[in-house]
Design a protein around this ligand. Sequence first.
Ligand code: SAJ
Length: 416
Amino acid sequence: TSVCVHGLGYIGLPTAAVLADAGHAVTGYDTDEAVRETVQNGDIHYEEHGLADLVAAVRADGALSVAAEVPTADYHLVCVPTPFDEAAREADLRYVRSAAQGIGEVLRADDVVVLESTVPPGTTIGPFLEALEAPSDLEAGADFSLAYSPETVMPGRALAELRTNDRLVGGFTDVSTEATRRLYESVVTGEIATVRDPTTAEFVKLLQNTYRDANVALANEIAKLADDYGIDARAAIEDANRHPRVDLLQPGPGVGGHCLPVDPWFLGHGSNQLDLVERAREINDGMPAYVADKVSRRLGSLDGRHVAVLGVAYKGNVDDLRGSPGIALAEELESHGGPTVALHDPHVSDSTHRLESLDGATRDADALVVTAAHDEYASLAPDTVTARMADDVVVDACDVLDRERWRDAGATVVTL
Ligand code: SAJ
């Protein structure tokens, strides 16, 4: 079977590699020349566990090729980004539309088109289908198959989860659903569940991330409450979770990434019922300010102080900066006018954010705040770091440090 994967990003590239590894003739199409070149050379352009080896292997044996023009294919999988338009609080569907149009131009009878990008409910049978059919004489359902099947993988575990997670498929017709299921069956060991239609599948995908976001918001509110009572929030959550029907997540310096901060808003695209969901978003977006306030109160004042923010990736052991709580915290601190802020991250090489070495960032720091649970931070030597600092405030916002060892090294450890 020939498959074209549209978009070689966080989802498209691992998907293309896994399909190629399963024996399909896969072409990766991306509009970004640098990305195409990297993959063409058997390399990858971001950090993902195991992906570099797999891409090198499927490039070497020819199962994965890269194209600068949309090729014909039995299956077209669309894995392009759907940016969030902050001002309008709307999904920006331009990449989804242009992918659909590109496919429409080469579409043949009996081909199968599957949208995987996260989108507001109604997109597959609305704007996507419209753009797909515009340049083509073919009609969805009658001439070709169309489905929505959301990706659900966790960055950092993408390859494993692409195979083991259950997969949802919502087809435009039963034939579309079946054709889509056949492709995923070749790589997915989890269950392939079919839902009524593409819109339902889009809705269900958004529920998953909205649930997670709201759960973290509750954990963040619990952290604030616990602080007022002088209670250790994480220990309290662990004990609450002993109940068989309680499953609270963990507080943190904010909710980042491209999914949780955005998807709940997509849910409100065709409805004005967002209430709790909206409040949860606000609580999570408010966490960098809450952490900045904690630092400020510990130090008495931020004026003339120096704060090191460790971790600008949106979570531990990834190199993705999207929605970074660490950067939001730095901006929050700087907006108070007083402190200088230094950023560090061993996973990120990015010129726009003046990242410093660990030594440089922590030298003469009055406070350091760990905002991403990277393994490198768990293994920091507390004595060495505290010896370099000017004051002793250490905020372990992601529960990654060994608190006792840091206290023994003279740090005033603040937790969430
Ligand atoms: N976070 C917390 N506390 C927690 C868990 C997470 O503060 O207890 C924060 C993280 O630090 C991070 C943010 O939430 O800043 C999001 O991280 P995440 O690990 O929860 O999720 P993502 O964005 O990496 O991936 C999510 C996953 N969704 C679910 O688990 C329901 C993933 O499976 C999806 O495929 C992905 O979104 C997506 O593409 O939609």
